[in-house]
Structure formats: structure tokens, C-alpha cells
Ligand binder design. Structure first.
Ligand code: GLN
Length: 229
């Protein structure tokens, strides 16, 4: 599969993503620049984590207007696969392709630590392989990760089975104590109604290499490749 990883000024997880896709998952990867207006025929676009445009105004608020985003939005609207990790998720919410918004963490601090996640549905490319009863240990690193959506939007997410991941404790219980940032319903990731766009705050690409001592994030990439190929 041919992946395109977009770098914005201020992205800092782009090379982690390129490394994981190219070296661990052994896929073809095209490195795309925010000023590009050609997706070079990729099958799957990834918007990586970081601080695009310095997180000015709000994380993702400026990146959504990058030249490449016009193409990414067109690609997504035509059914193309798009995955946003952390800042990528923030950008996708800013564009409105994904529902909801990412607000400042409840404690108003940048949080960098391992958390536990549970896949909430197996009906998606990224969670198809997940054991719905297992808590996966994946790192987070963000200041604006508190997922917010109004009650009507939340109901719609639930009715359409669009919640991908929820924060939980190590035994898989979804409790307020296991919620690192104050997200509505412990939500850590969502998909769109058409199920071709995915966003999540945790970083599976930082937990995919044995050298890092945790490969629980690799499952998500395995899942994507198994479903699409
Ligand atoms: N690792 C990331 O992508 C996090 C950066 C993000 N802009 C924030 O909320 O702090």
C-alpha cells in the first residue's frame, strides 16, 4: 500500500510515522509537504502529530487551510482513507471532516505518558483486529486533547458506532479516573459516518517498534493492512 505522510511546519511526529510505516510495516511511503497540491497517487493519507504552525490560535486551526489540505479534504470526500494522529486528529476536527473538537486538557497541562485504551468497535479499518476486551498501552503527548462534542453529536456517534477508542484503566474499565484529559465519555478516537477517516489522540506509531519496549500500537497498522490488502 502507498501511504502519504504530510509534514506541516511544526510537525514533530512525521518521521516517527514514516519510520513505522516504512521500516516496521514495510510499506511504500511518500513524504508530502504542506505546500504540495498533489497527493502523488497515495492510497492512504496520514496527518501526523506535532505542533503545526506552532499551535497558534488553536491546534490545527491554521493547518486546515494549508494547500495540501484542500486535496486531503477532496480525497476524503471521495472515500479516500485518512488517519490523523494527535495534531492530525486536531486538524481533521478543525476541517469538520471529523465531528467534535479538541479542547485544552482539563488540568491545563501538557500530558506525556502511557495510557490504556480500549477499542470501542471492531467495525473500522483501524480497530478490526483489536480485542474489544483488552486494554492496550499506548502513549499520549498533548496539551489540547480533551475531546468535546455536544450531547446530540455524542448520541449520533453512538448510534452510528463511530467511537473508535476510549481511555480505560489497565483492566479495561472505562472510568473517570482513567480519563487523562477530561474527554467526553473517555473518547480517544473517532471515525466519520462513512468510516474512511480516522482520528485519535494517542500515538500508536510510538509503540510499534520492539526497540521501544512496547508494540501494542502495531496492531492498528496490522489491522489497516489486513483490511485493505
Ligand atoms: N503530539 C502531538 O501531536 C500533540 C501536539 C498538540 N498540538 C497538543 O495538543 O499539544
Amino acid at each position: 500500500m502507498k501511504f502519504g505522510v504530510v509534514t506541516f511546519p511544526g510537525s514533530n511526529c512525521d518521521q516517527d510515522m514514516v519510520y513505522t510505516l516504512r521500516n516496521i510495516m514495510e510499506q511504500e511511503v511518500v513524504e508530502l509537504w504542506h505546500k504540495d497540491t498533489d497527493l502523488q497517487g497515495v492510497d492512504f493519507v496520514v496527518l501526523p502529530g506535532g505542533f503545526s504552525y506552532g499551535d497558534y490560535l488553536r491546534s490545527g486551526a491554521i493547518a486546515q487551510f494549508s494547500p495540501i489540505m484542500e486535496k486531503v479534504i477532496e480525497f476524503a470526500n471521495n472515500g479516500g482513507y485518512v488517519l490523523g494522529i494527535c495534531n492530525g486528529f486536531q486538524i481533521l476536527c478543525e476541517t469538520g471532516i471529523l465531528p467534535g473538537a479538541l479542547l485544552h486538557n482539563e488540568n491545563q497541562r501538557f500530558i506525556c505518558k502511557n495510557v490504556y485504551l480500549k477499542a470501542s468497535t471492531s467495525k473500522s479499518l483501524v480497530t478490526a483486529n483489536a480485542d474489544l476486551h483488552k486494554a492496550y498501552k499506548i502513549p499520549i503527548a498533548h496539551a489540547e486533547g480533551r475531546y468535546f462534542i455536544d450531547n446530540e453529536g455524542l448520541q449520533k456517534l453512538k448510534d452510528n458506532d463511530q467511537i473508535l477508542y476510549q481511555y480505560c484503566d489497565k483492566d479495561g474499565h472505562i472510568t473517570p479516573d482513567a480519563n487523562p484529559n477530561g474527554s467526553v465519555d473517555n473518547i480517544a478516537g473517532v471515525t466519520n459516518e462513512k468510516r474512511n477517516v480516522f482520528g485519535m489522540m494517542p500515538h500508536p506509531e510510538r509503540a510499534a517498534d520492539e526497540a521501544l519496549g512496547n508494540t501494542e500500537g502495531k496492531l492498528m497498522f496490522d489491522s489497516i493492512l489486513e483490511q485493505v490488502q
